[in-house]
Design a protein around this ligand. Structure first.
Ligand code: 3H9
Length: 698
């Protein structure tokens, strides 16, 4: 298949890249571009060239699937240099998303015209890389070092209008893009090429303090990541060095990033995220239900947050509460959230009003009768959920999807409260539901395939990563959280201070440690659940000390005291002497000789617990793939993406080593550390979770 074609219209040659789905710069594209340019360089009847793309987008970057294989000439850097060196003007016609290597191609063209909806960006940092074909040298020259740093270190997509202000785009097409590109090419024949690489930066304005200031500004969001610092060093090189030397420095740092394990991990995450919506038995032909109105039961924090997702996607919502003041309060909170976004410049007043106009409040179940999907977000108790579903069974129209936002409860049992279990599904949102990207889609035993397919599509529509899970206690995420929390608590009772446990996991890359997280979530929630389940159901050694903390009235951040102390109005945890005394008393009661542990030991225990539970979930078929579990943990629990998720992390340690470690832990606590059968099997066969995913590819 020819991926790059050429057409000549009068004095203008049009080179078109056609490499679906996103016109990535595979070897054939690089070769095609280079061959046509070589031809056109000596074709005297052609006076200017347009580079355009077929399909949904201009080039969206290097072909990520080629990373890891031996590079094949012509390399992208060579193609880009060839474009820039052309003696006749080259115009890029941008539509869709011009990203990474695609923008590097565009920046090496002499002029750029874009469709008004086009976006550009250098998102390499999200793959643990930096723009490696001149992007870090050319963008600062054309857009200025400050804009370049912003774009390269964040990797964000930049709208055509902003790119125009930066000088990255010369003009926005008013009408047909190709016609505009040809017109610009004709106009520039007399001017000749204008090379980005020749542009000068006034280095005096960008001293060490400028770059150090930027480093400080991004320190929080780049914590633990390898590539951002290298991106900054490249822009420093662009300011200080001539183009050729800057490109050399960029190449070295690009190779440096490529060799770092973070880049492999982040590429895994990229593909894993695209894999989650592939569901066995579901294809394009599977029927879907039409969701035009959504009902939400409960206008509390969760219900309101869930409702916002649909309103944001333009889907009207009917929100039900039992009492008028609770309903009014819930809607007020939603409006407050939107208004905060407006203050931050993310929404206009019209948009806030438009979104609020999607909401209808009600106190009557009957008003949910015209909803195509109804999600309950009521108190987490089986008897209450069953009651709600029995009522829904009476009022919901035929064909409506009935969903529970339960975090732990058995959806099969909930579904049995209705006469239409095929319509029942779990939609587990994470708090705050309007912000967190993860949605666990819980497939119950009788959930019909079209209901599942509809919810998988809907997740995308409301901009969530929807991962399908099976019914088990806590589904994927919360089921794994349970042993993770247990080991953190055991580390405390065995000799660590809570802040030592937190520091170890924070430094591993988690957004916060498990003790801080428990205080934030409220210690009383776990306490009540333990009391309900009875002592047999959990590891009492781990929790007797936390139970005492709760019984002392310290329920967590919401009351200003939990595992930690908090100064009035502050969210900053401070070690508590009172709690430390409780911990030491409980250790003594259990006859434990307290011993300190290294950060590595603390992390190891927590990670092994996550991995073993993940392997059980996978082996029992409650997740389709190990990589789905990674996506759950990254998007729902803040697992550092640069470690690829817990299952990828296990592969990086080697499953044999992981299995042996878990067996060693089992000797100390047989009941809690039984190795997952799948882990044992893969370890014995010398395989990885990635092998499992490949062999079970669906
Ligand atoms: C780079 O350029 C390095 C250079 O600086 C230096 C080199 C020396 N390659 O996301 P979607 C596939 S690094 C291969 O579902 P959307 C994707 O896997 C690169 N495949 O669609 C999926 O396949 P499948 C810098 C790619 O409309 C299909 O295309 N560029 C690539 O929601 C559709 O993708 C980036 O990081 C690729 N580069 O979003 C851009 N990109 O159907 C990465 C996509 O089999 N890409 N695929 O699952 C994106 O951000 C989004 O895909 C995009 C479209 C916004 C383009």
């Amino acid at each position: 298949m020819t991926t790059v074609s050429k057409e000549i219209r009068g004095e203008i040659a049009i080179i078109t890249v056609d490499n679906p789905p996103v016109n990535a710069l595979s070897h054939s594209v690089r070769q095609g571009l280079s061959d046509h340019l070589t031809d056109l360089a000596t074709n005297d009847s052609v006076k200017a060239i347009v580079i355009a793309c077929a399909g949904r987008t201009f080039i969206a970057g290097a072909d990520i699937r080629e990373f890891g294989s031996p590079p094949k000439a012509p390399h992208l850097g060579e193609v880009v240099d060839q474009i820039e060196a052309m003696a006749k003007p080259v115009v890029a016609a941008l539509h869709g998303t011009t990203l990474g290597g695609g923008l590097e191609v565009a920046l090496s063209c002499h002029y750029r015209v874009a469709d008004p909806r086009a976006k550009v960006g250098l998102p390499e940092v999200k793959l643990g890389l930096l723009p490696g074909a001149g992007g870090t040298q050319r963008l600062p020259r054309i857009a200025g070092p400050a804009n370049a740093l912003d774009a390269i270190v964040s990797g964000r997509h930049i709208a055509a209008k902003e790119a125009l202000n930066w000088g990255v785009i010369d003009t926005i097409a008013d009408g047909d893009l190709l016609d505009a590109a040809i017109a610009l090419a004709e106009e520039k024949i007399s001017d000749g090429p204008r090379r980005t690489g020749d542009m000068k930066i006034d280095a005096s304005k960008y001293d060490q303090a400028f770059f150090d200031g930027f480093r400080k500004q991004v320190a929080k969001q780049t914590r633990g990541y390898y590539a951002p610092e290298r991106c900054i060093q490249c822009v420093e090189a662009a300011v200080k060095l001539p183009l050729a030397e800057g490109l050399k420095r960029e190449r070295e740092l690009f190779m440096d990033c490529m060799a770092n394990p973070q880049s492999r991990a982040l590429q895994h995450v990229f593909f894993a995220e695209r894999q989650v919506s592939r569901i066995p038995g579901i294809s394009k032909e599977t029927p879907r239900r039409n969701i035009q109105r959504v009902g939400i039961i409960g206008a509390g924090t969760m219900g309101g947050g869930i409702a916002m997702n649909f309103a944001n996607a333009g889907i009207p919502v009917t929100i039900l509460e039992l009492k008028q003041d609770a309903l009014e309060h819930g809607l007020k909170v939603v409006r407050g959230n939107y208004e905060r976004s407006m203050k931050r410049g993310k929404l206009t007043q019209d948009q806030v009003d438009g979104r609020m106009a999607q909401f209808t409040g009600t106190l009557k179940y009957e008003d949910l009768g015209d909803c195509d999907l109804i999600i309950e977000a009521v108190f987490e108790k089986m008897s209450i959920k069953k009651d709600v579903f029995a009522k829904l069974d009476q009022v919901a129209k035929e064909g409506a999807i009935l969903a529970s936002n339960t975090s732990y409860l058995d959806i099969d049992e909930i579904a049995a409260a209705t006469k239409r279990p095929g319509d029942v599904i779990g939609l587990h949102f994470f708090s705050p539901a309007n912000v967190m990207r993860l949605l666990e889609i819980v497939r119950a035993e009788k959930t019909s395939l079209d209901v599942l397919a509809t919810c998988v599509d809907l997740a995308k529509k409301i901009r969530k990563v929807g991962v399908v899970a099976g019914v088990c206690h806590g589904f994927i995420g919360n089921r794994m959280l349970s042993p993770y929390g247990r080991e953190a608590s055991l580390n405390v009772i065995e000799g660590c201070r809570p802040d030592e446990v937190d520091a170890a996991l924070y430094n591993f890359g988690m957004p916060m440690g498990p003790m801080t997280m428990s205080d934030m979530a409220g210690l009383d929630i776990g306490y009540m659940s333990r009391k309900e389940r009875g002592r047999e159901a959990y590891e009492t050694r781990a929790y007797d000390w936390t139970d005492r903390v709760v019984e002392a009235g310290r329920k967590g951040l919401k009351v200003g005291a939990g595992i930690y102390d908090y100064d009035e109005g502050s969210r900053v945890p401070k070690p508590s002497a009172f709690v430390q005394t409780i911990i030491e008393e409980e250790s003594a009661k259990l006859g434990i000789v307290r011993k300190s542990k290294s950060a590595d030991e603390i992390v190891e225990r927590s990670m092994m617990a996550l991995i073993n539970e993940g392997a059980k979930i996978l082996g029992e078929g409650h997740a389709y793939r190990a990589s789905d579990i990674d996506i759950v943990y990254i998007n729902g629990y803040g697992f550092p993406p640069y470690r690829g998720g817990p299952m990828y992390y296990a592969d990086s340690l080697g499953l044999k080593a992981v299995y042996e470690k878990i067996c060693a832990f089992q000797k100390e606590a047989p009941r809690w550390w039984e190795p997952a059968p799948l882990l044992e099997k893969l370890a014995n066969e010398g395989k990885s979770f990635a092998d499992f995913d490949r062999e079970n590819a669906r």
